[in-house]
Design a protein around this ligand. Structure first.
Ligand code: GLN
Ligand code: ZN
Length: 754
């Protein structure tokens, strides 16, 4: 059977911050009152029209519309279905109401934010309760659809599906969001009717939640949902998009529904055999995500073509696509003029991925005759990458293979504790901070002047030393017990190390949205990682030279360095993690040799890389923990290792936290009121722990009484010998005055409780 009106080349979604971060700047100007809503919308319109026109010109015959957003697509979905939180309902201006839900105002709290599956993108978590009054507000989507059609774009509206929307929302007032599915579905039905009336041939309904472990009950909700939506008489053809993994049992179930197509992610594990095993797909359009939407490497076109050729035999129609939205990669290599040409030839950013999709679909549907040159160029680039000597460093490989089991083991924790107590002579309930101090205007000014060449490297260096001296003096004055140098020299906790390690390179304009207007520029890890020279010893040694109290060395852990970079795809992540771990290990040893007695290795991203499927989780935790232990077991038992994790809901990783075997772990707890300590106890954790007693996400100064209460609560769960007193994260986003006041209260409270 044939599929009516299929298409052949597409992507699942597109980035929206603008090739030069135009939307970020416009949005921030709007917030600051420098431009009005009309001007902001004009910037949005201009970005959409440039981008959609370019995608059409590049040869896509179906272009996603509606993935543009002023902040976040989950928030847009909540707005479209009348599910913004009640507390913003009083704000009459729609744009201000939307941004209030995203960022809060003086009067209302924003929605929570959390990671979108296992990516580094954060979405806003809608709140669904018994009182959520679903209603359809389709104006944004319909407006963008009309606008695109006027430009001659072959439009395909995109919406987040009801299962994903509700599953990722937070239930409030005692319900689970999926309890409201029946109330929500009529609005999706109405929307599909409106899209049909607008002339949309296809609608893409994103259901990435289908690649996670689903219960039978959830699978039957899926059947009910798609039976109901596909049963409509007047609607576009339905493409259900799965991405970020293999749909597993959800695939045959989905294929049995009366929908017309499925999008599958072949870059995250789905195989051609998965498709062949589902006979019902022979009647459907399969949108094959063979171009990875999440990494920046060129696609192996020959491999992709072979898969596509096989898929032709088991699908009703076949389209080539990116595996996910291109939201997760930078716009285009056009903006990278400084890159080494060889490195550049190995890469494909958003625009280049669109070119690959087009090339593959031409090859598939018209044969390779007309595009032989392009295919040859792609092969040559691929070959140059494989052969490049910079990819391999035999010395590092030899060192790693010579390391035995004992390289990840230290003496038992109790022995270490005795040695460290003897050496450090700290009081009970030692006070410390997580590493960074406020990024002052002086620091930002110095960085800007260095960039513009207005000051020399040496002058910059001097200014950073002055900052460090100030921060050390402040900590002495406040009476903290374990000091830090304040991290003024670090632009970013991953980039700072990537810049000093072989095997990484930086992009000039490779920005990716992290949330809202926040963008990051992940470094690219392309080859074996080698530490050229000590990276932090000079700064931390300088801080230590100013005080008799111990200064804690600050490093970023291997998992976090991988999580916040684009990582090579030519070897297992675990192997890459070991190389990064070795570099960090060498740094800990050098810090120790220079007289540093405590080293903290931060792993705020440990939970982020956790696989979506239960079955894969243990293997990940095993290599992640091994990498951390490799990084931290090179030092003497008398050297104290700290780690810092940026969250308190450990859930499935709680066992792994104990396995890290760090002498002291600081965690976020100010907002979750110490319950986390009971969870840790239940998991048999017996090491030092510093539950945050100062919530750095808020400008509020915690009072001595509050901190005292928190400490007394903590002491019910943890003996005084193991308890540390600290804020719940770094202080770099806070102002100097509130930090000083808060830390003064923190020290006073610790002294009182002692
Ligand atoms: N040491 C880092 C800091 O204080 C930790 C940051 C983080 O947890 N993300 O800024
Ligand atoms: Zn943190």
């Amino acid at each position: 059977m044939t599929v009516h009106n299929p298409f052949t080349a597409t992507v699942l979604g597109i980035p929206r911050i603008g090739p030069r971060r135009e939307l970020k700047r416009a949005t921030e100007s709007y917030w600051a009152g420098r431009i009005d809503a009309g001007e902001l919308h004009a910037v949005g319109r201009e970005l959409r029209s440039t981008q959609l026109t370019a995608l059409t010109a590049a040869g896509l015959d179906s272009v996603p519309v509606g993935t543009f957003s002023y902040y976040d697509q989950m928030l847009d979905t909540a707005e479209m279905f009348g599910a913004l939180p009640l507390r913003v309902a009083g704000i009459t201006d729609p744009l201000d109401r939307y941004f209030a839900a995203a960022r809060g105002t003086d009067e209302v709290e924003p929605l929570e934010m959390t990671k979108w599956f296992d990516t580094n993108y954060h979405y806003l978590v809608p709140e669904i309760g018994p009182g959520t009054a679903f209603a359809l507000h389709p104006d944004k989507l319909l407006g963008e659809l009309r606008e695109a059609r006027e430009l001659g774009v072959p439009v395909r509206p995109v919406v987040i599906g009801p299962l994903t929307f509700l599953t990722l929302s937070k239930g409030i007032d005692g319900i689970s969001p999926l309890d409201r599915l029946n109330d929500l579905l009529p609005h999706y039905r109405e929307l599909l009717g409106l899209l049909a009336a607008e002339g949309a041939d296809w609608v893409q309904i994103d259901e990435p939640v289908l690649v996670t472990d689903l219960t039978d009950a959830e699978l039957s909700l899926m059947r009910r949902t798609y039976a109901e939506l596909s049963g409509l008489t007047r609607r576009p053809a339905i493409l259900v998009a799965t991405y970020f993994g293999r749909p597993g049992a959800a695939l045959p179930a989905l294929a049995d529904m009366g929908i017309e197509g499925v999008a599958l992610d072949f870059a995250s594990g789905t195989t051609v055999d998965d498709v062949a095993a589902v006979p019902a797909l022979a009647d459907k359009l399969v949108v094959a995500g063979v171009v990875d939407g999440r990494n920046i490497w060129r696609t192996d076109l020959d491999g992709a073509l072979a898969s596509l050729g096989t898929l032709l035999g088991s699908t009703g129609a076949l389209a080539v696509s990116s595996s996910s939205s291109l939201l997760h990669v930078p716009y285009s290599l056009d903006h990278e003029t400084e890159l080494d040409p060889a490195l550049r030839s190995w890469l494909a950013f958003g625009a280049e991925k669109v070119g690959e999709v087009r090339l593959l679909s031409t090859a598939l549907h018209e044969g390779t005759g007309g595009i032989a040159d392009e295919l040859a160029a792609a092969r040559a680039a691929q070959a140059s990458r494989t052969a490049d000597p910079r990819l391999r460093n035999d010395a590092v490989r030899a060192r790693l293979s010579a390391l035995g089991e004992d390289a990840t083991r230290r003496a038992p924790a109790t022995e270490r504790r005795a040695l460290q107590r003897e050496r450090l002579q700290l009081p009970l309930l030692p006070t410390t901070t997580i590493g960074s101090y406020p990024q002052t205007t002086a620091i930002r000014k110095a960085r800007a002047e260095l960039r513009k060449g207005e000051i020399t490297g040496e002058q910059y260096h001097e200014r950073m030393r002055a900052e460090i001296a100030d921060v050390v003096a402040l900590q002495e004055k406040l009476g903290l017990d374990v000091l830090v140098h304040g991290e003024p020299e670090r632009n970013d906790m991953v980039q700072y190390f990537a810049e000093q390690l072989d095997g990484f390179f930086a992009t000039a304009n490779g920005w990716v949205q992290s949330y809202g207007t926040r963008c990051v520029r992940p470094p690219i890890l392309y080859g074996d990682v080698v530490r050229r020279a000590p990276m932090t010893v000079e700064w931390i040694g300088y801080a230590q030279s100013l005080t008799a109290k111990p200064v804690k060395g600050m490093l970023t852990g291997p998992v976090t360095i991988l999580a916040w970079s684009f990582v090579r795809d030519d070897q297992p992540l675990a192997d890459t993690a070991r190389q990064v771990a070795l570099a960090i290990r060498d740094e800990t040893v050098d810090l120790q040799s220079s007289g540093i007695r405590i080293v903290q290795v931060d792993e705020p991203a440990l939970r982020e890389l956790l696989p979506l499927r239960a079955q894969a989780k243990q293997a990940y935790l095993d290599w992640a923990v091994t990498a951390f232990r490799l990084a931290t077991s090179g030092v003497a038992d008398a050297t104290q290792i700290h780690t810092h994790l940026c969250y308190s809901e450990f859930g499935e990783i709680i066992g792994a936290i104990a396995d890290l075997d760090a002498d002291v772990t600081s965690i976020e707890a100010a907002r979750s009121h110490m319950e986390v300590l009971d969870d840790l106890n239940a998991a048999g954790f017996h090491l030092g722990v510093g539950p945050g007693v100062y919530d750095i996400h808020s400008p509020r100064v915690p009072s001595v009484e509050e901190i005292t209460t928190s400490l007394l609560a903590a002491l019910k769960a943890v003996p005084a010998e193991r308890l540390w007193v600290n804020p719940d994260c770094g202080l770099k986003t806070r102002g100097p005055a509130e930090v000083e006041a808060s830390l003064r209260n923190l020290v006073t409270a610790a002294q009182a409780v002692r």
